[in-house]
Structures are given as structure tokens and as C-alpha cells.
Write a protein that binds this ligand. Structure first.
Ligand code: NG1
Ligand code: MG
Length: 537
């Protein structure tokens, strides 16, 4: 049977955003031809547009999450990977004495018809706490750039980093991450914009953890009370590896190799083409409500079981991780004795069930359990981020979070042990590992659908089709309520799964997709490298 040992013990990678000069340092061989053409086109386009060469590129990838959904904001570790798909922010900083220096930042996009050029005055950003207007229903693409810019200015100031004033800049963005698909194109644009501004204003080296923390907080100005998974995956990504991202005591990412097993593990991504719903305009009904449910559940449980005050996450509230650690009396999150761990999970779930005996509470009832007046509770937890909710479900959300965190623990320790042993196993001997990993993904999907209620019929259907065509496991990835599914597939089954999805999902629901739209909707995906700064020589 699969073993859940040895425990994960990887040295954390160096905490500095690398500066690279060759595309080999970013991409793997299968991607080099395409990327070489793409970067050359970008260089030429920049020169044609601005009549001067770009001098550096801040590059950040998207991410898919293997397992650990909606638990990052409860501070539990998650297991995403960075995608090869990325966003490039190409920059030229105009020197003070250049005749064209005009105090403007011109922001263009290679897809200029979809993402029109925007012009800003550096003067408008003299106060780093400037407002970004997010009242429009459809956010302009430039707000993600502005969030990154604001984050760079704000955090340099708060951390008293030596920075020069914001210079005149010319910028050209080239993104290859399908937007609104649950691949975190938004976070990739925030991270790369933030890095671009830092690179333009400071000569000191930039720490990955600084970039992650500042990107997480700056993306929140767009109205979503997000955890840190997307930014961590984007920044810390390592090719061919998933990342076990932990948020406590600091944000760290341990790379776990996923590709060199026999037969290789592959992942197939399928976009339901139902728009994911954590954007600023829909967050109030969905994502932000889940964050509040998780926080209030943690606070009520801590109060009821007298475990003491919980550490507060980003000035917002306690976390279920905090409660869990107190109950188990342990702070470190590695897999110990599996049976003992499972007993601990059961015990915490039992307490959740004992505390919340129904699945829907009015705000007044929640406030009473919390020992606060409703208006105080609303002011404290439900005003900083927009929320529209009359009822909260504390029980099912908490059970999902606790059990999902255990699935992450099992999945990551299985992967770690498999990379130590699987290469020496025959196909039939390795089969139980695939089945065990797949079963964890399937259980995650069921829990997201039934307890966390963040899936949707189209996404459920994609996972069922993928399993029917041979996937070991299949689940939604990202915020949900649409977006993508990720399936774990053995190399020899990848084509079957992709063809099955095309035939039974896309041909039925989206018969009018062009071949290239179809290629963008369903494809095999490999983990790629994280954020880099590329110097153009
Ligand atoms: P996506 O789907 O990329 O927007 C969101 C959150 C993550 C995490 C997942 C659910 C943002 C920017 N990201 O991801 O932090 O909570 O949902 O696991 O809101
Ligand atoms: Mg997003």
C-alpha cells in the first residue's frame, strides 16, 4: 500500500527574485521555440511603439492548484504549481535628462484592441496610498497594474526601502494566461507589475517573500479578501515541481517534484468557460462570504473551547488553522504518525459539529455565538470587504477546510514519497499511488461541491467526464463557481482524456469554438518556473 513517508524535508529555495539573461533560465526545451519567437516579437514591438529599446522584463506565471482549495485564507498549507503561461511586463525607464522625459507612464498591451493603452502621470502617485477606483462593474485591465504599482510604493515606504522617485516609464504587457479561467492571470499581472516598479525604483535585491506579501495585500485593494496562494505559486514556482506553500510563521514554498515518476504523472486542465466568480463584482456574494464564514467559525470555536485568543490574519480575524493547532497542541505542519493525525482531524471536526448544529445561521445568531452585538460584528468583519449575505454556514465550511487541509498533507507526503520510490516501481506497483492521489482529488471535488458549495454543474460534469476517460482524479481548481478543472492522468491516458472532454463537453456545450479556442480551453499542463526579472542585453 502507498506509504505516507518519508516526511517532507526540502531546503527552501533562495528567497531572492532571480535576475536572468537567457530564456533557458525561464523555460524548458519544449517551450523554447515558441518563447523565443514571442520575446523577439515583443522586443520589436516595443521598439516600434516607443522608439527606444526595452531594458528589462518582469515576468510572472499563472498557477493551478493541485489540492487545497479555499484553505489559504484559513492559513492552511496548499499545493499549487506555477504554469508555463505567464505575463511579461516589458519596461524602459527614461533617464532624467532624456528629452522625452515627461513624467508619464505609458502602459500598452500587445493585445491592444482588447486592452487599450492607458496613460498615467507619476505625480498622481506621490501619495503611495492613492485610491484605485474599482466601482465599475467591469474592471479595466489597468487596475491590476495600478494595484501592483500601489503595492510597490506602499511597501517600499512601510519597509523604508531605499527607492528613487517614480520615473518616466514606457511599458508593454504581453500576457499568455487565459483570463478569467481560474489560472490567476490577475495575480500574475499584479506580481509582475509590482516587481517592474520595484526594479525601476530600487537597486537592492528583491526578496520573493516580500514580493508575495506585498502582492497579496495590494491585490486586495480590488475588493477580494484573498489568501496568498496565487501570488506565492507565481513567485516561488519551480519547473517540474508543485509547491507546498505554507503561510506560517512566514510565507514559504517547498518544491515537490511531480514529473519524473514512472509512468509520468500528467495534468490536464479543462476550462468550463463559465466565468469564475471571485472578481470584485461577484466577490461580495461568494468569495468574501466564505472568508468571513471561516473566520467567524474559528473565532466562535476558540471562544467555546477556551483555547485562548487566536493570532489575527492580516488585521482581519482568527483562522481555523490557529484553532486546529491549539487543539492539537502542535505548530509544525508536517505529516507525523498518519493515524494520530487522522484522529486529530476527527476530533476537530467533532467539535465543529458539536458547536454548529445547523447549516444556516442568521447574522444575529452568529453574533450571539460570538458574544458580540450584530452591528459590531458586521462593522468588524463585514465592511472592510464588500459582503452580501443574510445567512452564514459555519459548519460545512469549517469541515471542508479542516478535511481539505488533511488531504493536502496526505497528497504532498504521498508525492514526496513517490518521488523517492516510484522510479524504481513497475507500472502495476505504482498504480496504488496514482489511485491514492486521484482519490484525494476526487474527495476534494466532492467537498468543494457539497460542503463548500463553490463548484457548479458544468465543472462537476467536466470532472466526471475526465474520470470516465481514465483520469485517476479530477477536481475544480481555483476559486470555483466556474473556472477550470485539473485532472491527474497517467501519460499514456492524456490523449484519451482530452479527446473525451472535447467530445462530451465542448462539442455539446460549445459547438462553435474555433480549433484555437478549443486548444486554449483544454490542454496538458506542466509546472513552470516562478517570477524572474529578465535583463535585456
Ligand atoms: P483564483 O481562482 O485564482 O482567483 C482564489 C484566491 C486564492 C484562493 C483560491 C481558492 C484571489 C486573488 N485568489 O484564486 O487565494 O483562495 O481562490 O482556493 O482571490
Ligand atoms: Mg484571480
Amino acid at each position: 500500500p502507498p506509504t505516507y513517508s518519508p516526511p517532507l524535508s526540502f531546503p527552501p529555495p533562495e528567497d531572492v527574485v532571480p535576475t536572468v539573461t537567457r530564456l533557458h533560465d525561464i523555460y524548458s526545451s519544449p517551450d523554447l521555440a515558441h518563447q523565443t519567437a514571442r520575446w523577439s516579437a515583443l522586443v520589436a514591438r516595443f521598439k516600434a511603439l516607443y522608439d527606444r529599446p526595452m531594458t528589462f522584463v518582469a515576468r510572472s506565471p499563472g498557477r493551478v492548484n493541485l489540492i487545497g482549495e479555499h484553505i489559504d485564507y484559513s492559513w492552511f498549507p496548499v499545493l499549487p504549481m506555477a504554469t508555463v503561461h505567464d505575463v511579461l511586463v516589458a519596461v524602459c525607464v527614461l533617464p532624467e535628462n532624456d528629452p522625452s522625459t515627461d513624467g508619464r507612464i505609458i502602459l500598452s498591451n500587445v493585445s491592444s484592441s482588447k486592452y487599450p493603452t492607458r496613460v498615467f502621470n507619476t505625480q498622481d502617485f506621490q501619495d503611495p496610498f492613492f485610491e484605485i477606483s474599482t466601482t465599475k462593474t467591469d474592471l479595466d485591465w489597468s487596475v491590476y497594474f495600478l494595484a501592483g504599482l500601489k503595492g510597490a510604493l506602499m511597501f517600499s515606504k512601510l519597509c523604508s526601502t531605499e527607492t528613487s522617485p517614480l520615473p518616466t516609464m514606457r511599458i508593454l504587457v504581453d500576457g499568455e494566461i487565459p483570463p478569467r479561467a481560474g489560472l490567476s492571470a490577475s495575480s500574475a499581472l499584479v506580481c509582475s507589475s509590482l516587481l517592474a516598479i520595484l526594479a525601476a525604483t530600487t537597486t537592492s535585491s528583491i526578496e520573493k517573500s516580500f514580493l508575495v506579501n506585498s502582492s497579496v495585500i495590494s491585490e486586495r485593494v480590488l475588493g477580494v479578501n484573498s489568501g496568498g496562494m496565487d501570488q506565492a505559486a507565481s513567485v516561488f514556482g519551480v519547473r517540474d515541481h508543485a509547491l507546498l506553500v505554507d503561510f506560517r510563521p512566514l510565507v514559504t514554498a517547498k518544491p515537490v517534484r511531480v514529473l519524473d515518476t514512472v509512468p509520468p504523472l500528467c495534468f490536464v486542465l479543462a476550462n468550463s468557460l463559465v466565468v469564475a466568480a471571485n472578481r470584485a463584482e461577484t466577490g461580495p456574494d461568494k468569495y468574501n462570504v466564505r472568508v468571513v464564514e471561516a473566520v467567524l467559525a474559528a473565532e466562535i470555536l476558540a471562544r467555546k473551547y477556551g483555547v485562548g485568543r487566536l493570532e489575527i490574519r492580516d488585521g482581519f480575524g482568527g483562522t481555523l488553522r490557529g484553532f486546529y493547532d491549539r487543539v492539537c497542541g502542535k505548530e509544525d505542519w508536517t505529516m507525523g504518525d498518519r493515524e494520530a493525525e487522522e484522529r486529530a482531524v476527527r476530533e476537530v471536526v467533532r467539535r465543529v459539529q458539536e458547536t454548529f448544529d445547523k447549516d444556516r445561521y442568521s447574522l444575529d445568531e452568529v453574533a450571539e455565538m460570538l458574544g458580540q452585538k450584530t452591528e459590531d460584528m458586521v462593522r468588524k468583519y463585514m465592511t472592510r470587504f464588500p459582503i452580501r449575505a443574510k445567512y452564514l454556514n459555519l459548519r460545512d465550511r469549517s469541515i471542508h477546510v479542516i478535511e481539505e487541509s488533511f488531504r493536502v498533507k496526505c497528497f504532498s507526503s504521498l508525492l514526496a514519497s513517490s518521488t523517492h520510490h516510484l522510479r524504481t516501481l513497475s507500472t502495476s506497483e505504482s498504480r496504488p499511488y496514482f489511485d491514492a492521489l486521484g482519490a484525494l482529488m476526487n474527495a476534494s471535488q466532492a467537498s468543494c461541491a457539497n460542503l463548500f458549495e463553490c463548484s457548479c454543474p458544468e465543472v462537476d460534469e467536466l470532472t466526471q467526464i475526465a474520470r470516465r476517460y481514465g483520469a485517476a482524479g479530477s477536481r475544480m481548481t481555483g476559486t470555483g463557481w466556474g473556472g477550470c478543472t485539473l485532472s491527474l492522468v497517467r501519460a499514456d491516458k492524456v490523449a484519451d482524456v482530452i479527446n473525451g472532454l472535447k467530445k462530451e463537453y465542448y462539442a455539446v456545450r460549445y459547438p462553435d469554438l474555433s480549433p484555437s479556442q478549443l486548444e486554449q480551453a483544454v490542454f496538458a499542463i506542466r509546472p513552470g518556473n516562478g517570477t524572474v526579472l529578465a535583463k535585456i542585453t
